[in-house]
Design a protein around this ligand. Structure first.
Ligand code: TYC
Length: 102
């Protein structure tokens, strides 16, 4: 006791919030020209999806206009986008891939 009338039995704990790094969604956009098989190939090659998963996401993009392919740290998302855009450009397909903060 500090002898000054303060209640030493009351302890206040401040809960510290765990810091998590921001995550980024990688999005694939539809277009009228990129072949479906090419998109499936990209999803298998750069996102480690099996053929069925890749086909399903490709079809979602085709029907809805876009889909989230995966969620990653900034650096990984940036790398995936660059790999997809580079591969599409080298094959002269207009496929677009972007990222956005979750
Ligand atoms: N719409 C394209 C076609 O009919 C297929 C396609 C799917 C293109 C997904 C882009 O991200 C894409 N050939």
């Amino acid at each position: 006791d500090q002898g000054n009338g303060t209640d030493n039995s009351v302890l206040t704990k401040t809960r510290s919030r765990t810091q998590r790094p921001p995550l980024y969604k990688v999005l694939l956009l539809n277009d009228d020209y990129t072949p479906m098989e090419f998109v499936v190939h990209i999803l298998e090659r750069f996102f480690g999806l099996n053929h069925a998963q890749a086909f399903e996401i490709m079809l979602t993009v085709h029907k809805k206009g876009l889909a989230v392919v995966g969620v990653f740290s900034f650096e990984v998302a940036e790398t995936k986008v660059a790999q997809v855009m580079d591969f599409a450009r080298r094959h002269q397909h207009p496929l677009q891939c972007t990222m956005e903060k979750e």
